[in-house]
Design a protein around this ligand. Structure first.
Ligand code: PLP
Length: 429
């Protein structure tokens, strides 16, 4: 695509993608009385206008039907989670029965580690990207400590169990070949590769297919945390043979703070009796209310459910997924690539105008290796600049030690937003 730094270019691009502008279906927050440039959908997606309507409907249903609401129309609570499986499956490239919406992200990560991290004395290591999101680091560290002992026997040394892979000297991003090499180097001891799909800090999108293949070649399992990938980049988890994945829905999927999370379990495990921490909502639904002893799992991902569904946080997801269904993730991705390339182009113009590199983009340049987010290091300005652009109407975020993350989201951001960001950023330097 070719761009110009004339504002007209933003109008033309918005015109070109006008069928994919769903901004009117969302509530855009204001700063100083004006609609903000909201580039923080990678952290918390915006509220769709339907959310309030659906929450009120859910309150009314509870008011009128009380306990009967579990089984009576509309939307009986007993089956409420099922309506999300189909659209969620399209977003991540899965079969419907491979997907379930339940709990929250870190909880799902623990539940699936219980099933998929089965260390032995010899094969106990977990490979993850260095600088992974802290919750993932804590979850993995605690799982390793939990599994290291069988009674009094210490199976392995937890300190040796985590392999963190970092980019090479002076590089910001991981090379797929280096990840594969690391997998091969640890081939006899590697139990699991557990990485982000998109790194939350750099915005790098890893090659999930190649990583999964390499893990399987050495007899390890491959699982991914898709917090920054789901709803951002179309995926093909089923075809890539990914073993399991988890994601949250309050980032790109707009389900609101603490919204419910997703879990993917490849259907090659649908009938396998993997160990798990079970609950009644994973029990065969036809016999669930017989209240009998003996866990009998449902078919597929639903069998990992433990509790009945949190309806009031799920209604927001319903509102948002309806919009995704209308838009189509593949279409959104096309707009997303253009939005981010336009943002990158305008940032480059600032460096050109200033005659030196003030802003460094640490996210990969190649559209295939990133989603919508760009991570910026702004030399000599840092947090002060972040505060200044915030006061001037940009909502984005600051991540220690020195990164400003900006994420133009195709559902509700426009090329005009990107242009406005450019003018604000320039004026604050
Ligand atoms: C956002 C995010 C989380 C947050 O975890 P919750 O359990 O939803 O609080 C965890 N991991 C990654 C990679 C994230 O980006």
């Amino acid at each position: 695509m070719s761009f110009s730094k004339d504002e007209v270019c933003s109008f033309q691009l918005d015109q070109q993608f006008k069928n994919l502008n769903f901004r009117d279906e969302f509530i855009i927050p204001k700063v100083n009385g004006e609609e903000a440039v909201y580039f923080c959908g990678n952290s918390l997606g915006l509220q769709s206008k339907k959310s309030k309507v659906y929450i009120n409907e859910a309150l009314d249903k509870w008011e009128n039907q009380a306990v009967e609401g579990h089984f009576t129309e509309p939307d009986p609570w007993m089956y409420y989670h099922k309506q999300f499986a189909n659209t969620s499956a399209k977003l991540i490239g899965a079969l419907t029965e491979e997907v379930v919406i339940m709990n929250t992200l870190t909880v799902n990560l623990h539940l699936l580690l219980v099933s998929f991290y089965r260390p032995t004395k010899k094969r106990f290591k977990i490979l993850m990207e260095g600088g992974a999101f802290p919750s993932d680091q804590y979850a993995i560290e605690s799982q390793i400590n939990f599994h290291a002992y069988r009674g009094e026997d210490k199976l392995f040394n937890p300190n040796e169990a985590i392999i963190e892979i970092f980019p090479e000297n002076n590089e910001e991003n991981l090379k797929t070949d280096a990840i594969i090499e690391c997998i091969n180097k640890n081939k006899d001891e590697l139990a699991l590769v557990m990485m982000g799909g998109v790194n939350y800090y750099t915005g790098q999108f890893y090659d999930l297919e190649k990583i999964t293949h390499a893990a399987h070649q050495v007899g390890a399992i491959a699982g991914f945390d898709l917090a920054h990938a789901a709803g951002n980049i179309p995926l093909k988890l089923h075809n890539w043979q990914v073993d399991f994945a988890v994601w949250c829905t309050y980032k790109y999927l707009n389900s609101g703070p603490g919204g419910p999370a997703g879990a993917f379990i490849h259907n090659k495990y649908a009938n396998a009796t993997l160990p798990r921490f079970a609950g009644w909502w994973g029990h065969d639904e036809k016999e669930r209310f017989k209240m009998q002893k003996g866990f009998k799992p449902m078919y597929g991902a639903e069998s990992w459910q433990v509790s009945n569904a949190p309806i009031f946080s799920m209604v927001n997801l319903k509102a948002s997924l309806e919009i995704f269904e209308k838009a189509g993730i593949e279409n959104l991705r096309k707009k997303s690539i253009a939005l981010t390339q336009y943002l990158e182009y305008l940032i480059d113009q600032i460096n050109i105008e200033k005659n030196k590199q003030i802003i460094k983009i640490i996210t990969p340049h190649n559209a295939e290796e990133r989603g919508c987010q760009l991570s910026l290091v702004i030399y000599g300005y840092g947090k002060k600049l972040f505060n200044r652009i915030s006061e001037n109407g940009v909502i984005c975020d600051w991540r220690e030690p020195d990164v400003i993350r900006v994420a133009p989201v195709p559902l509700y951001n426009t090329f005009a937003d990107v242009y406005k960001f450019y003018t604000i950023l320039k004026s604050c330097l």
